[in-house]
Design a protein around this ligand. Sequence first.
Ligand SMILES: CCCCCCCC/C=C\CCCCCCCC(=O)SCCNC(=O)CCNC(=O)[C@H](O)C(C)(C)COP(=O)(O)OP(=O)(O)OC[C@H]1O[C@@H](n2cnc3c(N)ncnc32)[C@H](O)[C@@H]1OP(=O)(O)O
Length: 265
Amino acid sequence: MIQIPNVPDGDNIPQLCHQTLVVPTAVLVPAPHGATAAPHGIAMTIGGVPPPRPHCCVSPQALCSVSPQDLAVPNAGWSVAMREQFQHLLRRTADGSWRRIPSYRRGLDYLPEVVQMVVGPVTGPGPRHFLRNLDAEGAGFEYAIFLHSSGHHAQCLCQLGPYLEGHHGFAHGGAIATLIDTTVGACALAVAKTSVMTAKLNISYLVPMPVGAVVVADSRMERHEGRKIFLSCRVHDTKGDTLYAEATALFIQVENTKPPPAARP
Ligand SMILES: CCCCCCCC/C=C\CCCCCCCC(=O)SCCNC(=O)CCNC(=O)[C@H](O)C(C)(C)COP(=O)(O)OP(=O)(O)OC[C@H]1O[C@@H](n2cnc3c(N)ncnc32)[C@H](O)[C@@H]1OP(=O)(O)O
């Protein structure tokens, strides 16, 4: 039994939409290098992936998950290393210095106050978060973001699955960029408390990251000048021995606006 302390009250979100989807079950994924298991003990079967999550969104027609489910918690796709590090980070939340940010498939599934903060009053389903809309646990991004009480420091624990492969056995650079953008974005949001847009993201890829690696993206706000928020990020292994990538980012605070109708499915 995994206990999750300090989960904000807003986690108990009422059911928000009513569309059930049939998801494909026979999604085949080649095991990296023909191995019997992906690196780092990620729980994948040969030539296949674990069964899909219930109620998941996989088609462009999908409106949102039937029952909003916080996905920033352990599931069957998490490796032992991922679980251990999650528990380690969770223990730090006990004294209130850090908090775990719940994570959902759709913007509307987020905490109501976060939705209002980021996209303004929502009448539709809200933005779909592509990191959270893969159909199998462990196949794509598995992550949990922790935010320091200062609001100037965010850490994202992440395991990048086999759908994110670029070179054979290694994570695609765009997937790593996504991880970094999401982590610095969470930090920028916490700083700004309004909607923010990535204006600039400068990444140095230092060491290839194996698929299935468990990493921590560690982001800090460096300075805040008017609407401009400058941040840094370092992506390393859980022991801090390997620095995979480092980045700097500029986010701009923008008015809370809804996306144009054409952008919505
Ligand atoms: C309580 C807290 C809880 C937190 C909980 C968190 C939960 C959520 C969890 C997870 C978060 C996930 C987060 C994901 C984040 C992802 C974000 C994206 O991917 S955004 C998509 C990609 N980015 C775009 O598409 C932008 C496209 N560009 C634009 O829209 C505009 O160019 C924009 C908004 C960036 C700026 O446009 P303007 O018209 O508003 O502003 P102007 O006047 O141009 O610039 C303002 C200042 O910024 C500088 N600036 C702008 N862009 C710059 C650039 N590229 N380089 C350098 N400076 C730039 C300018 O020189 C100006 O500086 P001077 O005020 O004059 O000093």
